[in-house]
Design a protein around this ligand. Structure first.
Ligand code: C5P
Length: 213
């Protein structure tokens, strides 16, 4: 079974997808982490030609509840979740040639395996034939509140207004790119997580999966 979980920044899609992966015992692929890895590598090396990023010494490993990424043998995690990397990842992701190669990369990485894959275009482009597709969303102010809380708890100095601005800009850039704009798949089940707990959302999604299988 391939499950697609897409949604905008800080919608709760990662937490939901990770939980689903653990409950259903399926590996979890966080596609956004790979875009972040590429943004990080590009910023470290002043890469001019984005497609050459695929020739860098990187690795992606995915398993139950976790996607791990490596650059030159070193695992990267926290450093990929700064506002700078978020913005750079979204800029890189707006390059059509890079997206096309990335889509192929994800398909080859997963192959025939079962997966809970999470991102922006899993249901529309990476696995358009996924068994079931979810689009997780929430009010932008609620998303900004969640991201702000998360960043502050990590000791990162930022204001709520900055976070909201960055989320709104990222949504705009992701949904307005001319090729591969970010939007729900036509057959995706839309789940709004505003004012819902993670447990409530996971329960709702599991009930859809059980109905279908
Ligand atoms: O999901 P996350 O917020 O970590 O992704 C970082 C950025 O990578 C997004 O803002 C988006 O621009 C891009 N992305 C994408 N397609 C995906 C996953 C992420 O365009 N499948």
């Amino acid at each position: 079974m391939k499950i697609a979980v897409d949604g905008p920044a800080a919608s709760g899609k990662s937490s939901v997808a990770r939980e689903l992966s653990k409950i259903l015992n399926l590996p979890y692929l966080e596609t956004g982490k790979v875009y972040r890895l590429f943004a990080y590598i590009a910023s470290q090396n002043k890469v001019k030609y984005p497609l050459s990023l695929f020739n860098e010494d990187f690795d992606v490993v995915f398993d139950i509840g976790i996607t791990r990424v490596f650059y030159r043998g070193k695992e990267l995690s926290e450093e990929l979740y700064t506002e700078e990397v978020s913005t750079e990842a979204s800029k890189l992701a707006s390059l059509p040639e890079l997206r096309e190669k990335m889509i192929e990369f994800f398909r080859a990485l997963v192959g025939q395996r079962q997966v809970v894959a999470e991102g922006r275009d899993v249901g529309t482009h990476i696995f358009p034939n996924a068994d079931i597709k979810f689009f997780i969303t929430a009010d932008p102010r609620e998303r900004a509140r969640r991201r702000y809380k998360d960043l502050v708890s990590k000791g990162i100095k930022v204001t709520y207004e900055e976070v909201l601005k960055s989320i709104v800009e990222r949504d705009k850039r992701d949904s307005e790119r001319p090729l591969y704009p970010f939007r729900p798949a036509e057959d995706a089940i839309i789940v709004d997580t505003t004012n819902k707990t993670l447990e409530e959302v996971v329960k709702e999604i599991l009930s859809y999966i059980l109905q279908k299988h």
